[in-house]
Design a binder for this molecule. Sequence first.
Ligand code: FMN
Length: 393
Amino acid sequence: MLKDKKILLGITGGIAAYKAVDLASKLTKMGAEVKTIMTAHACEFVSPITFKSITHQSVLTKMFDVNADIEHISLADWADLIIIAPATANIIGKTASGIADNLFSTTIMATTAPVLFVPTMNIHMYENPIVQENIVKLSNLGYFFMEPEYGILACGYKGIGRYPENEEIVFHIVTYLKYKKDLLGKNILITAGASREKIDPMRFITNYSTGRMGLALARAAYIRGAKIKFIHSSLGVKAPEYLNSIKAISAKEIYNSVLKDFPESDITFMTAAVADYTPIKSSKQKIKKSDNLNLVLKRTKDVLKELGEKKTSKQILVGFAAESENIKENALQKIEKKNLNFICANNLNVSGKDDTEILVLGEGKEIKLIGNKFSVAHQIIDIVLKSSIKLNI
Ligand SMILES: Cc1cc2nc3c(=O)[nH]c(=O)nc-3n(C[C@H](O)[C@H](O)[C@H](O)COP(=O)(O)O)c2cc1C
């Protein structure tokens, strides 16, 4: 996803500087050309030689070097994106105040490329109104920020301020290179995962869905600025903190949760694999083993069909269908029967853990998307945004 992209990685003097080594490695492995600038204080934490060895590209630390070009301009022009990870309270404050007193702060000032800050610091520093005001000011000016994570901090405090997972940082970089914040003001409801229908306190009926496609959509839409309601049942992966997920495990819980939030939603992606049948009655006690067990199942409520009946002319409803045969025919029937705007038909025979093949149908379009789920998620959002429906915002 990052082939031939030019990324300038700025390291400032935070305790998490060592984590940026892994970020440099990930970006390089994904095909990006990564050049590094380190502040003098960053060099107190990690040696520039580490980044040089990993990226095989230049690592700069000084503003005034008689043998160098005018680096703050050439690097500012060269970069497709500048990422500051970790970003100290100091670099945020300097940028917000227009200070350009070393190679890195001057390069930030000189660039027209997108700039992504990854603030990482002690909770009291992060919550300091000065830092918060600087973040708001820079965000309003178009700089991108990631929220730090909650947890145990290096200083011993517990709270917000931790360096996020590098994998999450990569998702943000991939998005900002292409999309910016084009979903600001949109409410998006996404369901994901496999429902669980209880048989007894120990057993349940479920399916193979991992929820990864729904999670990819939620992540992509969130980073592009949408307000997300992410309702998930059992997930094969951990949802990031910033999604503030709502858990709904059974078909009934998913139904209740989705119907409550649907009226506020501009775009709804129903990727959850919701059981069509549930036991008529679940046993309070664990059912004892016998030669045969007869389970009587009843139909669950068809949440997608009900949303199709309830949707207004200013809402977009996207269904997902996992199919193993007659993919297009079955999907087209579902669009009609459930009054959907789009359907994403997933070919079960070829989809894997991280990659997928999806046929998007709706509004006379038929588009096949193949590839990594995160990049397919962005493309699905693009197709939906080109819908003829005028959203209620
Ligand atoms: C051990 C240690 C850890 C630090 N960790 C952080 C940190 O995580 N975040 C931060 O904003 N500042 C941190 N600081 C303070 C910065 O290093 C200091 O504000 C410095 O001036 C930042 O300079 P720079 O932004 O030019 O790299 C730390 C300082 C020390 C001594």
